[in-house]
Design a protein around this ligand. Structure first.
Ligand code: AMP
Length: 436
């Protein structure tokens, strides 16, 4: 009896070759725009010391309290002296650690970076919510300039637009900073105290530890509807910053909705916070979001400089994209088919190798299929051309090139001198490029 391997872990997804084409299309479109905006790629480890996330996102956030995949620590499997490590549940803390660790705060100062990769949160899996998911993550480090916040939102809008995602929207709020937040926190607690018993269990715990999160609880909406918005209690500097962000968006004609309930999940946020809801994902799910985190670099021992960032969830982007968006279905590539006659398969293999050496994508059959089945395989796999080798063609020093995108049979096939195959394919690729 053969062994049946267990299924993939809950909340993970295999991305099969056909889907990878869509993934790559999203990643490449985003990369091109990010580079156009002056962001450069940065890659950090997929796991970090657990402390980094505890101090970065905050000990009392849902992700840190309940959702980290962690190993090691004093009692962990990795040994007595090992510290605890966690698979990264978000990018920002690792990016800021690396920024400091390599002295980029001193040598570079202002830095625009992006990362694309997997993240891990032990959440209850559902549509668009996985335990291993992927983000396109963007950071502008060492800037307090409201123009950076505006640029982030414009960039996210451009990525969505380039991917054909319609109905891109922005929810925007300011949650102030360490100067104005304490007074608002006190006000919030005072207002909510008489209603404490009516709050949901989660919010009762939040009342003590992170009262702001009560505002974004769907179940307690009715109990918080008369609470004055944070935006009305900002200090002068935060109010000026928020006004500058709004004015910048207005100048770019990017519509946004101020949402006093938007507080977002991590402790490091200050001032601007935003989210990109998507109609196709339903009311509660966002394509992405971000904001300013002006205390994180100084809290990690760096200079007194601000920063902001955002992330788009790749799975969410793929869900929100129209089905048809993606690379053209036929590639400028050749499937080399052979008849079952002696010598034909060898001739096909040699031709495929020659095309590859010339820089042209080519492949062939490895399953002893009939010619008809090879043509079908070429079609299914999206090859634009099929080069056909039979004993007659080989004897005459020729081969047949079939255009799988041709409108009629008469136009589809032509005979080439075998020696001219590479050149003939090159010309066909060029002609197809010009007419597309
Ligand atoms: P966050 O890091 O929580 O601010 O999330 C930013 C974006 O990442 C969200 O708007 C989602 O698009 C995506 N995201 C967050 N958590 C998950 C998850 N568990 N599964 C899939 N996407 C997620």
């Amino acid at each position: 009896m053969s062994w049946q391997p267990p299924r993939a872990p809950r909340g993970t997804a295999d991305i099969l070759p056909e889907e990878c084409a869509r993934w790559r299309h999203v990643e490449e479109t985003a990369r091109a725009l990010l580079e156009r905006y002056g962001y450069r790629e940065m890659r950090t480890p997929i796991f970090e010391a657990t402390d980094l996330y505890v101090r970065g996102m905050g000990a009392e956030t849902d992700v840190v309290e309940k959702e980290m995949f962690s190993v090691g620590g004093p009692k962990g499997a990795a040994g007595e002296d090992e510290r605890a490590y966690s698979l990264r549940p978000e990018f920002t803390a690792g990016i800021v650690r690396a920024y400091r660790e390599h002295g980029l705060d001193k040598t570079r100062g202002f830095l625009k970076v992006y990362s694309i990769g997997p993240l891990f949160r032990h959440e209850r899996p559902q549509k668009g919510r996985l335990r291993q998911f992927h983000q396109i993550n963007v950071e502008a480090l060492a800037t307090g300039d409201p123009a950076a916040d505006v640029e982030m939102i414009a960039l996210a809008r451009d990525i969505a637009r380039a991917l054909g995602i319609e109905g891109f929207r922005v929810r925007l709020n300011s949650i102030g900073d360490e100067r104005c937040r304490p007074a608002y926190r006190a006000l919030l607690r005072e207002r909510l105290l008489p209603r404490l018993g009516a709050l949901c269990d989660v919010c009762r715990a939040r009342y003590e530890r992170n009262v702001f999160r009560v505002l974004d609880c769907k179940r307690c909406v009715a109990l918080t509807s008369d609470v004055p918005p944070m935006a009305d209690h900002l200090c002068e500097e935060c109010a000026a910053h928020f006004a500058a962000v709004r004015a910048g968006l207005d100048r770019l004609k990017i519509p946004y909705a101020i949402d006093a309930r938007l507080v977002r999940g991590f402790d490091y946020y200050t001032r601007t916070v935003f989210e990109f809801p998507s109609e196709r994902l339903g009311a509660q799910d966002a394509l992405g979001g971000g904001g300013r985190y002006d205390r994180l670099i100084p809290d990690f021992g760096g200079p007194e400089v601000g920063a902001c960032g955002f992330a788009l969830g790749l799975e969410r982007v793929l869900l929100a994209m129209p089905e048809a968006a993606g690379p053209a279905s036929r590639r400028a590539a050749v499937y080399v088919a052979a008849t079952p006659e002696p010598g034909a398969r060898e001739a096909a293999f040699a031709a495929a190798m020659e095309l590859r050496q010339a820089g042209i994508e080519a492949d062939l059959d490895f399953e002893q299929k009939s010619l008809k089945a090879q043509m079908k395989a070429a079609d299914r796999r999206g090859y634009r051309w099929v080069a056909i080798f039979g004993s007659e063609e080989i004897a005459r020093g020729e081969c047949t090139l079939r255009d799988m995108a041709a409108e009629s049979d008469a136009e589809a096939q032509r005979t080439l001198q075998r020696a001219d195959l590479v050149e003939g394919v090159r010309r066909s690729i060029e002609a197809a490029r010009l007419t597309s």
